[in-house]
Design a protein. Sequence first.
Length: 236
Amino acid sequence: MLSHPGFSIIDAAALAPGLVTREQWLEWAHTGVWPMAEGMQTPHLPMMVARRMSQGARLAVELALSMMEQHPVDGAVFASRHGELDRSITLLQALAAQRALSPTDFSQSVHNTSAGLASIQGQHSIPMSSLAAGEGSFAAALHEAIGMLADGLQKVLVVAFEGRIPTFSQPWLADEMPPRAVALVLAKGGEWQGCRATTSVPREMDGALSCWRAQLMGLSHFSVFDGRQGWLWQRN
């Protein structure tokens, strides 16, 4: 057993094309079926701003702004395995073809694009981190948020998200799930404790979705993968 500070989830939400309401997400939780949907509304984002953002960033920032509207958080952690991969590939292809780079692609190609836009659009001057740790990105975000709580913050927002995988990268990422974002508002507490190593991590679901599914269905545990092994969190 690994000694690890626990935490409580004050609120949780998720967003994906075709999955907006709690009822839609509950159906996904029971069936595991993703709807065949593309676009979606982002009411917290000005239209001209949303048009320039990648799909993953739109999902992450829309969800973050919605959660911060409901909860006064003291810090935020954004986590994504791939981040703005689609924009980065586009820029590299333009360089290889000796074409001019798109100013929008260039300015929004960094990994902290979503955190920056959430801060600007929501006018939130709070500490924000942007993490990328491969398959362990959500596990890293949880540890970062728990550390922020231990450092004195009262509530921390965690947003885990992924966007569209570019065609160039799909041969290596064929099993990647559709674009989605999951948000949690964490506080100190003992609702979730007992983080311990496990070998039974469902690889068809990433850690953020596993946590979200546990919240939706009132499950007693969820598991995350840190890139090397699985960890099991249990509800008290």
